[in-house]
Every structure is written in C-alpha cells, then in structure tokens.
Design a protein around this ligand. Structure first.
Ligand code: CA
Length: 225
C-alpha cells in the first residue's frame, strides 16, 4: 500500500516515513503544499496523510478538497495542531476521513492508517483471506494451510496488494505504483522477480491449486482459476 505524506517539518516527516516503512508501506514525502498537491493528483496513492499548516498553500485542506474534486476516493488523514470542534468539522467537510491532533503517539497514527486502509467489508477483520491463504495486517503473519510463511517486507507488501484485489488482473504498472515508492529502484523485471519469490513461498510448497496466475500481456492475478 502506497502512502503520500505531506508534512513540512522534516524531522517529523522522516520519523513518520521510517515508521510506516517499517510496517511495510511504501511512502512518498512532499515537504510543501504545491509538491503535495501535484503528487496527490497524479500518483495512485492508497492513502494521504496531510499536515494542515504547509508552506506554499494557505491550508492543507485545499489539497484534500482538490483530490475530492478530481473524484479520487483514497482516505485522507489530517494532522492538525488545532484541536477545536470547528476545525475538525471543517476538515471532515472538505472530504477528510479522519484527523490526528499534534502531538500524537506514533502507535495511534499506525492504528488509524490501518483502519482507514481496511475496505468497508473488512471493517471488523484485520485478516485478509483468500482460499487457504491468510494475511494478518496487524501482526504481519502470513499463513497457507495454516502453516506460517516467512516473507520479506517487499514480498509481504506485494502479497497484501494482491490480496486486497482478489481475482482482478493487475498490471505491472499498477503493482509498481502501489507497492514501491517514488525513489525506489525499479528494473523492468522487478515485478516478475518478486512474483517469482512469492510463488516459491506461497504456491510451490503446497499441493493443490496455485493462487498466483500470470495473465499474459497484462499482468498478474491472485485467486482460484
Ligand atoms: Ca506544518
């Protein structure tokens, strides 16, 4: 899952970025309002974390409003120094989904990010399940036929993206833009290589039907065929 963080305080931004990356998210940081707006409108983020007070823009809320005006529905989490009912209402009215008042505990930010990334039908469940494969987004445990599997952080991120889009053909471009961040070194065969790693762990050791499928000329699909 790929996140855009718009925060001008470098120290806070780096701390949040590092923490989120440790939890297997791909994170791009924009340090001012203009850059944040540009990225928010052009890159396919799964979530935006948005500071309210930013250079280059009157109010971070403008980014939120512009995103909604363009018809984009990714969740937006506001970071605000203002803890007033009116301010909260204004944020939610402009299309934000949740907010955190600074200073906040990083654990709380993570919990809110997890909650916002859950699809409505998974509201109560933090476990994604496809056939006999399960992925717990809270503990990062992955199991097939109830046997725990050990994945690298990129393998985990790739599998999570596939499992959140079951039985859908996902292009390599879509996979790259949701699993790797802007600064990542992507080679033409990066996705193939990681799909190969995943197959070796989740399909090859298990008898029965494979879950990862190549859709020639298009991309990859996870599910039962
Ligand atoms: Ca700020």
């Amino acid at each position: 899952m790929r996140i855009l963080l718009v925060e001008d305080e470098h120290k806070i931004a780096r701390a949040i970025q590092r923490g989120l990356q440790q939890d297997q998210y791909a994170v791009d940081v924009a340090y001012d309002g203009k850059e944040g707006l540009g990225l928010a409108l052009t890159e396919p983020y799964d979530l935006i974390i948005l500071d309210r007070m930013l250079p280059g823009i009157d109010d971070g809320l403008q980014i939120c409003a512009a995103v909604r005006k363009k018809g984009l529905h990714m969740p937006v989490l506001l970071l605000t120094a203002k803890d007033q009912v009116q301010e909260r209402v204004r944020g939610l009215d402009q299309g934000a989904d949740d907010y955190l008042v600074k200073p906040f505990a990083f654990e709380e930010l993570l919990a809110r990010v997890r909650a916002l990334l859950r699809r409505p039908e998974q509201q109560l469940e933090s476990v994604l399940q496809i056939e006999d494969l399960s992925l717990n987004t809270t503990t990062f445990e992955v199991r097939r036929q109830n046997k725990p599997l050990s994945l690298s952080s990129k393998e985990y991120a790739l599998l999570e993206y596939l499992m959140r889009n079951p039985n859908r053909t996902l292009s390599k471009d879509a996979i790259i833009s949701h699993v790797w961040d802007y600064d990542a070194d992507i080679l033409p065969n990066t996705v193939e290589v990681y799909i190969g790693y995943l197959r070796n762990k989740i399909d090859k050791p298990f008898a029965g039907k494979p879950l990862i499928h190549t859709v020639r000329g298009f991309g990859y699909k996870l599910g039962i065929q």
